[in-house]
Design a protein around this ligand. Sequence first.
Ligand SMILES: [Ca+2]
Length: 734
Amino acid sequence: MSRFFALVCLLLTGIGQAEDRPNIVVLFADDMGFSDIGCFGSEIQTPQLDKLAANGLRYTHFYNTGRCCPSRASILTGLYAHQADVGHMLGETGLRGYRDRLSFQAVTLAEVLGTAGYHTIMTGKWHLGWKDEGSPTARGFQHFYGTRGFIDSYFTVINRTEVYLNDKLVIPPTEHPENDLFPDREWYTTDVFTDYAIHFMNEVRKQDDEPFFLYLAYNAPHFPLHAKPEDTAKYRGKYREGWSAYRQKRYEKLVELGVLTEDWPLSPLDVPNWDTLSDAEKDDLDFKMALYAAVIDRLDQNIGRIVDQLSEMGELENTLLVFLSDNGGTKETGLLGIKGENNTVENYESWGRKGGWTSSYGQGWANLSNVPFRQYKRENHEGGISTPAIVHWPKGFQARGELRHQVTHLIDLMPTFVEVSGADYPKQFNGKEIQPMEGQSLMPSFRTADTVPRTLYWEHSGNRAVRDGDWKLVAQSDQPWELYHMANDRSELQDLSAGNRERFDALESKWDRWAEKVGVLTPAEFDAARKANRESQPKPKRSDPNIVLPPETKVEPGTGLISELFADADLWKTAGGQWTRTDGVYRVEGDNGPRTYHTGLNLRNFSLEVKLTLSKGSQAGVNFRLQDVAEGIDSYAGYYLGIHSGKNQIMLGAADFGYRTVQREPAHIKENETYLLKLTCEKHEFHAKVFDSSGKEIAQLSAKDGTFRNGLIGLRALGGGAEFSDLQIHALAK
Ligand SMILES: [Ca+2]
């Protein structure tokens, strides 16, 4: 806080009086189009957001960057995404503009507001880097629950989307994440991210009366479409009318609401006419859109919970709340959605909870999401970069239910929050020079609808745009520029390039200068830089076994027992849980979810034996090929051989996109009984046998995986204590 502002606060409020600076809450949706909520024309029921709009402001020209990572970089730093080193996604090039974490020459909203005395809270999807140095807690959030990467699943935790509580990995990939705040409720991202946001708000209020900043980055409604049945039921059947009917309805409502002017026609349908589809396709698409609507409906219900919480705390009036989406509706998954031919209404049970790129609504419905605009997520036409926007702050401004047509962007949140918090935007932070803010404060627009001309820029994957006053020059990757007059034609239908050469050239040079300034690479340059960076890195030893041991230790394939080489070495890493290791016995206590203990031993061909006792609780076993769980960064999928007392079974599971059981065998598993697990991984085949304490074989399992490269070997326990002993690992010949 600036000293002047502190003094003013002190004079105005007097010592001991309530803090006058507002709480700041940013609610961020993921892959949601311009017309997907009620107060922006949608038929999807969003009464909570509509109420916020009715008591606040709606911005009709609010822009994002068109895609997940860059939008997150931009909203948090107040810079263009390239300046925050996230010009593309999280690919490391070693060059400015394109790194695998946020720039250290940028400060986050949390870092700035934290220095002004705000409590800083984040829940949800970070998607700005897996590394510790770039994590939410490293970048200013004092409280965090969520993922460091993407999410792509609602009911389960899939590979590379581990859930962290602050810096602690609390949920590795699993089909059954634990809802630790509400053990009787199912773990569902939109719900639990809200649960934790409320939990943290209560926690900070127990500490003191200082305002808080909450950044709640939901993954809804990003695919895959995982909805709760009671939410889906509200919409199922409604969408059989087809996309054209709903595009027209939304357009008319947007005009009626005053969000759009009739001068901007509805862009033409960009997908096949609904009537050309078969009845089965129509039914399938109705179901998928009902799922999408249900995911947004649930998002809105949870936003209601946040509002209720603020109300109960008596702090809703003086909370500056902003709702935005990170990019428009997506056509990334094809015309009819992912696997339209395979994942059907009939076999919903088989794909309805499967994470990854398993289900989506497809381009047809994305064309509805982005009404009235053209194009989609990733692109810089209005359909990709326009977000519905709501600002609610009863104490901050008089306006209720009004529209604002000022041209605004994610980069504007930083200067707005600096202004309302009295924070100093630093020139230096942690010893680094910090780039100046790029945005403009929204504060004047809280008071007046007067618009002011401004210039904004975009670039993503070769898609590019510049908006200067009422003019916009925009192009798709590898395509020529198009020129539009936005006041007359925001739907971008009349390309005016031909008759306005001077303006065209001026805008093009403006964009070129900006691209030079922020370090834009063409897609080809980006690919080449990423490749060069990859090749410049020390290569992992491809020979087998690839063992992470002190450099002086040499292990050759087929050299027999190698576990003793590292038995006492300090090479073990935990991914959750307090493990102890004494005299070759590895123990983990407690009952707090999945815990993993890794050897640092990375092998392709090996055999392993270990004795395992479940002291109390459900399941434990051996992991291999789970580098991501151990390191939190890599993308190797994993296998798991485990015994499960709760379900009385022995299983071989695999985590790729979502955890799946490869094979399970029934067996009576007793607590405090010692079992012997024997496992061989050789030439892409896995064979396991399990014996009871009398030496009787009680299960035999096997699997084959041609893509298996090597596995980081570890021990794993879920839901209870476990003890491992007599661990023996042999490196086998290739
Ligand atoms: Ca997104």
